[in-house]
Design a protein around this ligand. Structure first.
Ligand SMILES: Nc1ncnc2c1ncn2[C@@H]1O[C@H](COP(=O)(O)OP(=O)(O)O)[C@@H](O)[C@H]1O
Ligand SMILES: N[C@@H](CC(=O)OP(=O)(O)O)C(=O)O
Length: 397
């Protein structure tokens, strides 16, 4: 007997913003199911629900307990999953929803930035075998030791989808968006940004690490390491999609593929004897204050100070900066910056940083410094120049 292929589809908050949108997604899932696929749908919270929950938490407590914050934020996805399952039942399609822990998503114990250690989708497999569509809450899991509920970090539902597709050996993992796949820049900033129809894993993961909000960057790394066929698709449009490939034809062209940016980068300075002690003090400070690790971008040690450059969601950065006020050895250093990154195919050409600096200068923007990664030039600019810098550098594409 031929076993029907499994398709994992992930729907982001934008596609689930209203009850009408949820019903529309349900009918598209029903259609997929009727064509003989076994379907797993990963859902995010409706619209901006997670932002609203975060806001409420900070109105109640200026420094919310991280365990309780995770308990709160996971409710957003629970709402979506149960509504989606109801909508499917109304269409006459058998469906069942599961939370991350019911679906067997096992994580480490790091609240608000947990990493997936294992997936044991026992109930998911049973229900697929019964012919049901399985609807899963993205962005969450459970730590098998502490038994606590965790979240994977903002945008983490993409990573749930890829992890589930990997263990279920799905035929495809489709990330469904309201945008036209992955574009050469955020279409909200650059109206004429170009959709990228094919992208290699390395370039995409670099773009997402440096701020492209289109995918959780850990999901790209996981898809690459687990060999998951990954497609980013525009909702309701068969042809508008980005296919992520192991290799895209071409050698070391250095062609600029995309410009992305990070809105807010902060610097912390730590009194220390060397880099190692600087990091130890930073790690201890995070632990003592119940804070999760931010995304670290660079660090340096000179003259008794370790300086760390980092980013994270704005609420977490605000909380971290507040805790520095009562610290003896750690302090906020210099003004907040934004980043602008050029991601290139097949490596960065040596003259690109200087070309980029000149273009910015012609637009009256002074780049403070830049760092290179194998596939990106990442420049740091004043926060109020961020959008103008993205638009100016998009001329290189
Ligand atoms: N390079 C990029 N390509 C496409 N979208 C991007 C890029 N950088 C940032 N974005 C943003 O990512 C979001 C992705 O799609 P959307 O369906 O709105 O979100 P979600 O699925 O997270 O709810 C959009 O808001 C878009 O503005
Ligand atoms: N709801 C969570 C997780 C997520 O993945 O959301 P989205 O897929 O809408 O970016 C967040 O807003 O962070």
């Amino acid at each position: 007997m031929r076993i029907n292929p499994i398709i994992v589809q992930k729907y982001g908050g934008a596609c689930l913003e209203t009850p009408a949108k949820i019903r529309a997604v349900a009918s598209s899932l029903a259609d997929l199911h009727s064509r003989g696929h076994r379907v797993v749908a990963i859902v995010s919270a409706m619209g901006k629900t997670t932002d609203e929950l975060v806001k409420i938490a900070y109105q109640v407590s200026p420094h919310p307990n991280r365990r309780e914050l995770d308990m709160l934020l996971t409710t957003g996805e629970r709402i979506s999953m149960s509504l989606m399952s109801m909508a499917l039942s109304d269409l006459g399609v058998p469906a069942i929803s599961f939370t991350g822990s019911q679906a067997g998503v096992m994580t480490d114990d790091s609240h608000s930035s947990a990493r997936i250690l294992d997936v044991r989708p026992i109930r998911v497999r049973e229900e697929l075998d019964r012919g049901r569509i399985v609807v899963l809450a993205g962005f969450q899991g459970v730590n098998p030791v502490t038994k606590e509920i965790t979240t994977l970090g903002r945008g983490g539902s993409d990573t749930t989808a890829v992890a589930m597709a990997a263990v279920l050996k799905a035929e495809c993992c489709e990330i469904i968006k309201e945008v036209d796949g992955v574009c050469s820049a955020d279409p909200r900033i650059v109206a004429n940004s170009k959709p990228l129809r094919q992208l290699d894993f390395v370039s995409l993961s670099e773009m997402c690490f440096w701020g492209a909000k289109v995918l959780h960057y850990r999901s790209v790394e996981l898809a690459q390491s687990q060999n998951v066929p990954l497609v980013i698709k525009k909702w309701g449009s068969a042809e508008h999609s980005t296919q992520v490939m192991k290799e895209v034809v071409g050698m070391e062209s250095g062609r600029v593929l995309a410009v992305n940016s990070m809105a807010r980068i902060e610097h912390v300075e730590i009194d220390s004897a060397d880099l190692n002690q600087g990091f130890e003090k930073f790690a201890q400070h995070l632990k003592q204050n119940g804070l999760s690790w931010p995304q670290l971008l660079a660090s340096a040690f000179t003259a008794g100070k370790t300086r760390i450059m980092m980013t994270c969601d704005s609420e977490s950065l605000d909380t971290l900066l507040r805790t520095l006020e009562s610290s003896k050895d750690l302090r906020k250093q210099r003004e907040t910056l934004s980043s602008v990154s050029l991601t290139c195919f097949g490596g960065v050409s040596s003259d690109l940083p200087f070309k980029a600096i000149q273009i910015l200068q012609r637009h009256g923007i002074i780049a403070d410094k830049y760092v290179l990664s194998p596939h990106s030039v990442n420049l740091f600019v004043p926060v109020d120049s961020r959008e103008a810098a993205v638009k100016a550098l998009h001329s290189l594409i």
